[in-house]
Design a protein around this ligand. Structure first.
Ligand code: ZN
Length: 63
């Protein structure tokens, strides 16, 4: 099955800037760090897909 990358918008947990990320549904579960373009803080992003549907998304400040 071929899944298209999914766009997800969220707000930076530090400066509240709206950030858009591309999520890969072919990877059912992922956790990684992304630096905010505005405040340069590391954001911990975790998400989960089930049958190509985003069932979980979280953007947290780095601990
Ligand atoms: Zn930020």
């Amino acid at each position: 099955m071929d899944f298209e990358m999914k766009e997800k918008k969220f707000h930076c947990p530090y400066c509240r800037t709206e950030i858009t990320v591309l999520l890969d549904p072919s990877v059912p579960k992922q956790r990684y760090y992304e630096d905010c373009e505005v405040c340069c803080n590391a954001i911990e992003i975790s998400y989960e897909f089930s049958d190509g549907e985003l069932i979980f998304f979280q953007a947290l400040p780095e601990e």
